[in-house]
Design a protein around this ligand. Structure first.
Ligand code: NAP
Length: 565
């Protein structure tokens, strides 16, 4: 517990003192938990949130069909037994409204809302070298300052619109009816029944939205550029009795999540792909395909991620499943990816997604064959025909991880812009700090272990580590820290090296920083956004760093002091 004099528990109104000891940007899953840890310590802190309320991803993504792909009971926070005991997850894979209710419940239970300021867009965040503090300028015209700045911006919070004539990068378009990105789906009900609806995009979001919209719309047209490999979610309700069983097993569940690379209950099969017969492999895949959740991806043989032949065999198995489920063989072939294998991009889990294409009110437009030429006032024009719609849905994804950083003008020591520093791709120390940007910690930033796991499991690791380092700073009376350049280089090289082993490096997905709608992020570029070593290895590494007095980080009591650590 830091001393009151150094942790900014009092309002920093004295001359030269920042207004806050800590500012957190973002009131989503990470920001809420980080605020809890700081409030527990009595640190003078605030959370600035762009949205009109808390919840991050679960506040914004209100599109039909939006739900967890993680087992609900592995997605909740694990820090409070009381919270675990009182919350009843109603579904194995809970839907957005319930998830948002959960996050509100957490914030209210621990009285965290009072620290949060909503409708606050941070436009600039500049490090003042002389004062050793961060100065923020907000969209509402206010200026705020803090000693330490923590970003909890979310991984997928910078939505991108398609670069097509008739729609602008900010989402405004020439279409005269309602149209929106799935991330900006309105809070008020949207009438789908009786409407002719278009969905552009078939990633994890599109796949959920398409199946749900297909149930209600008079007509649904899906515009697909590249299909994804999807697998069944197998959702179900959780009864009171089952929930009691889950509560009794929480320690075991979280222990298991902590042991697995992805932070899920699904443990990789370590027998070795080539050590079992093709018949055994097939039997195992049949079982996994019929089970709930990510098992078919995460409880599979590890070879599927780096051995082309192993991956091809699994992909052929999944391809046959798609053929079995889609009535029209021509449509089935269009839904089977040919440019990448199963699991090398993020696998969307689906509920009757493939069967949606068997419905008479649903059709698929393959825009590789007949590209979209423009959005028009009444619909979408392809090289083949004009389609009339009442509603257009852009399920066109995100400028992942770094996109939300790029939207804020971060400037470090000497006025260096983070956008420039990361111009050719991010460089970080353990995904949590950046050389040249003192007193900044990027919770779930690029290259952190938190980013590539069952999010709250990774987030708790990241937030606890960040809080531990702040404790260290306060206990030692430091006022400044910064990641060393060599340590940063070493970590970034380690992250890059790990990609070189994985088939993922060849794929066009957000794990490799691909986004066709952002300059420099298109096909053919690769940006090393995620740490692929798995959560246990990541935790071991960052704990080791903490145990060695935060090796790779320099600390000072004033700007010119010599670093230690
Ligand atoms: P995404 O995976 O990036 O998919 C975007 C889709 O839009 C792709 O099919 C893409 O086609 C298409 N697209 C983009 N620009 C286009 C254009 N100009 N013309 C035509 N098509 C275009 O994004 P997402 O589906 O929003 O998913 C992002 C991530 O969010 C997921 O990977 C997952 O991590 C997370 N997510 C999680 C859940 C969950 O937990 N249940 C649900 C939804 C999303 P190309 O592939 O050809 O570029």
């Amino acid at each position: 517990m830091p001393a009151a004099a150094t942790n900014g528990t009092s309002n920093g109104s004295a001359a030269g003192e920042p207004e806050y000891e800590v500012i957190i940007i973002g009131a989503g899953v990470a920001g809420i938990y980080q605020m809890y840890r700081l409030a527990e310590r009595g640190v003078h802190a605030t959370v600035l949130e762009m949205g009109s309320d808390l919840g991050g991803t679960w506040f914004w993504n209100r599109y039909p069909g939006c739900r967890f792909d993680s087992e609900s009971y592995t997605y909740g926070y694990s820090f409070s037994d009381e919270l675990l005991d009182e919350w009843h997850w109603k579904e194995r894979f809970s839907g957005q409204p319930e998830n948002l209710r959960y996050l509100n419940h957490v914030a209210d239970k621990f009285d965290l809302r009072k620290y949060m300021q909503f409708n606050c867009t941070v436009e600039t965040a500049h490090f003042d070298d002389d004062a050793g503090i961060w100065r923020l300028h907000l969209g509402d015209g206010r200026d705020l300052s803090c000693r330490f700045l923590l970003t909890a911006l979310g991984l997928l919070s910078a939505p991108t619109y398609p670069r097509i004539e008739g729609v602008n990068a900010d989402g405004t378009d020439v279409f005269e009816g309602p149209s929106f990105h799935t991330y900006h789906w309105p809070a008020e009900p949207v009438e789908i029944k009786g409407k002719r609806v278009a969905v552009i995009g078939t990633g994890a979001t599109g796949v959920q939205a398409i199946a749900a919209i297909g149930e209600q719309a008079e007509h649904l047209t899906v515009f697909q550029r590249r299909p994804n490999w999807c697998a069944p979610l197998h959702n179900s309700e959780i009864s009171d009795q089952e929930m009691d069983g889950i509560r009794a097993r929480y320690d075991e569940i979280f222990d298991k999540c902590a042991r697995t690379p992805g932070g899920f209950e699904h443990e990789p099969d370590r027998r070795g792909f080539w050590n079992v017969t093709p018949e055994e492999r097939r039997a195992m895949w049949e079982k996994l395909y019929g089970e709930p959740g990510f098992g078919i991806w995460m409880a599979n043989f590890r070879e599927i991620f780096f051995d082309e032949k192993a991956n091809a065999e699994l992909s052929a198995f999944i391809g046959d499943k798609i053929r079995d489920r889609v009535d029209d063989p021509v449509i089935a072939e269009k839904l089977i990816p040919t440019d990448h294998g199963f699991g090398v991009q993020r696998v969307p889990l689906e509920t009757r997604y493939y069967e949606t294409y068997n419905k008479p009110n649903v059709n698929l437009v393959d825009i590789k064959e007949t590209p979209i030429t423009r959005i028009t006032p009444t619909g979408i024009e392809t090289t083949e025909q004009h389609h009339e719609f009442d509603l257009i849905v852009y399920a066109t994804g995100f400028d992942a991880i770094t996109g939300s950083f790029d939207r804020i003008d971060f400037r470090g020591s000497g006025g260096v812009a983070l956008r420039d520093k990361w111009g050719d791709g991010p460089v970080t120390y353990i995904g949590l700090m950046v050389n040249g940007f003192p007193n900044l910690m990027t919770i779930a930033g690029p290259q952190s272990g938190s980013a590539s796991t069952n999010y709250p499991r990774g987030i708790e690791i990241g937030v606890d580590w960040v809080t531990g380092m702040l404790d260290y700073v306060w206990e030692n009376g430091y006022t400044r820290f910064e990641a060393d350049q060599d340590a940063e280089r070493e970590w970034t090289n380690h992250v890059i090296e790990m990609y070189s082993m994985m088939l993922m490096r060849k794929a066009q997905g957000w794990f490799t920083g691909y986004n066709s709608n952002v300059d420099g992020h298109e096909k053919g570029t690769i940006r090393y956004l995620v740490y692929n070593g798995g959560a246990p290895k990541y935790k071991r590494r960052i704990d080791e760093i903490a145990d060695h007095d935060y090796d790779g980080v320099s600390f000072a009591t004033q700007r010119t002091a010599v670093g230690v650590g």
